[in-house]
Design a protein around this ligand. Structure first.
Ligand code: ADP
Ligand code: 5GP
Length: 207
């Protein structure tokens, strides 16, 4: 296992629904080979264009409950009436291989991940404003009712943005992605994440 608890850290991205987590994540994965998507499980219905095993593992409610019972989930939450949860093994496998798991999860899930991985890097993605958020939700095909529910939830989520390490505004997608790449690069160069190579060099100097 490669220094799982430090050098290779999970990247958690939360945002209100429609804030751009999936769009940013997809672009991030295309642009930078350090990242791997940590696919999560959900009981919600597939949206148009979504694929089982690529976007989510779509499971039944009873299937999800047995995952909880067997302790296979690193964290889980009920969001907008559906269950969502991260299989612990998928995050661990990505870290073991020396990649950065990208976790696009809700604010409660982010808090649970931080407990299990205190060295995780957490980013709260903000839409440029309420009008843009509404427009993006509608563009995605959410009903008027669903937009209302998501905006009401956004009010609660924004209160928890202060728990995150970074706030990134998702105005132009490309800029938000660049900002996150910058954050991850700076984080990975932190002295405490590089204790191993510093120690190795020190040993060579002492020879
Ligand atoms: P989330 O995963 O946070 O719920 P999505 O990634 O599904 O949000 O984004 C919601 C909608 O907004 C999608 O149709 C997406 O293509 C669009 N979108 C995301 N980011 C931007 C952006 N920077 N500019 C314009 N549209 C965007
Ligand atoms: P959506 O249905 O729009 O894809 O996702 C709804 C919300 O659930 C989003 O905030 C999304 O990030 C969150 N979510 C997706 N997967 C998980 C997960 O495994 N755990 C938690 N806690 N939230 C998740």
């Amino acid at each position: 296992m490669r220094n799982k608890d430090f050098k290779y850290f999970p990247l958690v991205i939360s945002a209100p629904s429609g804030g751009g987590k999936s769009a940013v994540r997809d672009r991030l994965l295309k642009k930078d080979s350090r990242f791997r998507f940590s696919i999560t499980c959900t009981t919600r219905k597939k949206r148009k264009g979504e694929i089982n095993g690529r976007d989510y593992f779509f499971v039944s409610e009873s299937g999800f409950k047995s995952l909880i019972k067997s302790g296979k989930l690193l964290e889980w939450a009920k969001v907008h009436g559906n269950y969502y949860g991260t299989p612990a093994r998928s995050v661990e496998r990505i870290l073991d291989k020396g990649f950065i798991p990208v976790m696009t999860i809700d604010v409660k899930g982010a808090a649970s991940v931080r407990k299990r991985f205190p060295h995780a890097v957490t980013v709260f993605l903000l839409p440029p404003g309420l009008n843009a958020l509404e427009a993006r939700l509608k563009k995605r095909g959410e009903s008027i009712e669903s937009v209302k529910v998501r905006i009401a939830t956004a009010m609660k989520e924004i209160e928890r943005s202060y728990e995150f390490d970074y706030a990134v505004i998702n105005d132009k997608l490309e800029n938000a992605v660049k900002d996150i790449i910058g954050i991850v690069s700076a984080e990975s160069m932190k002295v405490e994440r590089n204790a191993g190579c510093i120690y190795e060099f020190k040993k060579q100097l002492q020879r």
